[in-house]
Design a protein around this ligand. Structure first.
Ligand code: BES
Ligand code: MN
Ligand code: ZN
Length: 509
């Protein structure tokens, strides 16, 4: 879909001539509707019938020109949304999720009437944390409007309309509204980017397209982009990336985006698995469901997409994003079970199963990033194991870390964003499962604790740097059903990474 044009205005909201206006309605302590100025008489009847009472999460659409008291508004429809108990004691996390959910619901209503323009009457938002409410509402509306139909023939009869304009009207707390909208838009646009990349099929989204996205982000924001091609990866002895790519027709890339402020003292590093299609290689996957393995690049997508928002927001910390990218195919030249490969840092892996390929490419990227940038902390993201879906389902990302403080910071960022994580252990006992007779490590440690041994494998490539690993295999697609999360790719973790950087203060781990 085309980017949504988002604006903020101090102007007269009655002059808005578009498709849908959003008005917030709350409840008093006794769970009774507090009738707003806009639509007072109408809502009194509706509330009496019990159809809309301002309950949190409710959304109700009316045709403004059909009601005398609403005629003075130029808009065609008004969407009343319920903010729930006005004086209720919500945590920040609950407030954020409430407005995201409402945003998603507004988007669904707007889709239902093929709305091209939405106005939010932000003065009707009654919250002390107004900036956060506006931010998460904007996030919800934009994320909820997502669609991916570029490969479908446009239907000439029912011309498909989509949301093009989103306007926030506000007289009070204008600065807060503006900040909220900017943050919400930045995050949501990155989420849309990540979903788009994931929806692209393996034949059309190759390492080349990944690199092009990063080049475009660099051109747009002025940050630095480096793309290592196959030759360069060979000369750097990136044995993991090259081994996974050995059966492929498309050359691998390693992509680096570097946001480096003029003055900084610390560096955060993100590393994302950019596996554009995972057939399993010689250890071939079963045919059923294999098409989903085009999503195996969601970690890489999250890194590059979040770098776009971060570069726009210009934090005081340096942020480096690295994405090793290739597909995993089989052919006469493909890596075979039993092969021994040498990584960037000199460690050797015995490849027991060519389908445990994500860790092989991450190993090189982690070792390179750790050595070259000496980051204060590293966060890697990967659709790494099916085992994490068995353990946590589609509702929590698996979190692994060698540092409690980093784990806690990241966990909190996830909570704030409605992208929950659950921490799983790491220990020498699990790492023992990876001992090889012929190499420094083998790439699989058996079925037991499969997500944990995968994390233990990665840990061998970061030395003692504070590091956290997010296994997003269960949450990057088919994430928990929500009004602003579509089926398929969710864009999970993009907002968590952006939030993590927004909250960053000089940290001693
Ligand atoms: N990309 C997969 C993990 C995956 C599986 C993600 C299902 C989403 C859904 C990864 O490369 C993989 O194949 N992992 C293997 C590891 C095994 C061979 C040790 C797995 O999980 O089966
Ligand atoms: Mn695999
Ligand atoms: Zn994979």
């Amino acid at each position: 879909m085309k980017p949504i044009q988002v604006t903020v205005s101090k102007g007269d909201e009655t002059k808005f001539q578009g498709d849908v206006a959003v008005v917030f309605v709350y409840q008093n302590k006794n769970k009774k509707i507090i009738l707003p100025e806009i639509g007072k008489t109408y809502l009194k009847t509706v509330a009496k019938l019990g159809d809309f009472e301002g309950k949190s999460g409710q959304a109700h659409l009316v045709y403004a020109q059909e009601h005398r008291e609403l005629k003075k508004y130029g808009v065609s429809r008004i969407c009343f949304v319920g903010g729930g108990d006005k004086d209720g004691k919500e945590s920040t996390v609950q407030l954020a999720e409430k407005y995201r959910d409402l945003g998603g619901k507004v988007a669904q209503k707007a889709k239902g009437v093929k709305a091209e323009s939405i106005a939010v009457f932000a003065d009707t938002i009654d919250e002390t944390e107004k900036e956060l409410a506006v931010q998460t509402l904007a996030e919800g509306i934009i994320m909820g409007s997502y669609r991916f139909d570029k490969y479908k023939k446009p239907d000439a009869e029912k011309v498909e309309k989509e949301l093009q304009k989103l306007k926030f009207y506000g007289q009070d707390h204008f600065a807060q509204i503006k900040n909220g909208v900017t943050k919400g838009e930045n995050s949501a646009v990155s989420v849309m980017d990540a979903r788009d990349m994931a929806n692209e099929p393996g034949n059309l989204w190759t390492p080349e397209q990944f690199a092009q996205y990063a080049v475009d982000v660099a051109a747009e924001t002025g940050i630095e982009c480096t793309v290592f091609d196959k030759k360069k990866l060979q000369s750097m002895k990136m044995g993991g990336i090259l081994a996974v790519n050995a059966g492929s027709q498309d050359p691998p890339k390693m992509i680096v985006l570097d946001y480096k402020p003029a003055k900084y003292t610390q560096t955060i590093m993100f590393v994302g698995k950019g596996l554009t299609f995972d057939s399993g290689g010689v250890s071939l996957k079963p045919a059923a469901g294999m098409q989903d393995m085009k999503y195996d690049m969601c970690g890489g997508a999250a890194v590059l997409a979040s770098m776009r928002a971060i570069a726009k927001e210009k934090p005081a910390v340096r942020v480096v994003g690295i994405v090793p990218s290739t597909d995993n195919m089989m052919s006469g030249t493909a890596t075979k079970p039993g092969d021994i490969i040498t990584h960037y840092n000199g460690l050797t892996s015995e490849v027991i199963n060519t389908d445990a390929e994500g860790r092989l490419i991450l190993a090189d990227a982690l070792a390179y990033g750790n050595k070259h940038y000496e980051p204060d902390c590293i966060i890697d993201l990967a659709t790494l194991t099916g085992a994490v879906i068995v353990a946590l389902g589609h509702h929590n990302t698996g979190l692994f870390s060698n540092n409690d403080k980093l784990a806690e910071m990241l966990y909190q960022s996830g909570e704030t964003c409605g992208e929950p994580m659950w921490r799983l252990p790491l220990s020498k006992d699990y790492a023992k499962q990876l001992e090889s007779d012929v190499a420094d490590v083998k790439n699989v440690g058996g079925r037991e604790g499969g997500s944990i041994t995968a994390a233990c494998y990665l840990e061998k490539f970061i030395e003692d740097t504070p590091w956290a690993h997010l296994d997003i295999a269960g949450t990057a697609w088919d994430f928990t059903k929500k009004s602003y999360i579509p089926k398929g790719p969710s864009g999970n973790s993009v907002r968590t990474l952006i939030e993590f950087v927004r909250n960053w203060k000089k940290t001693k781990f």
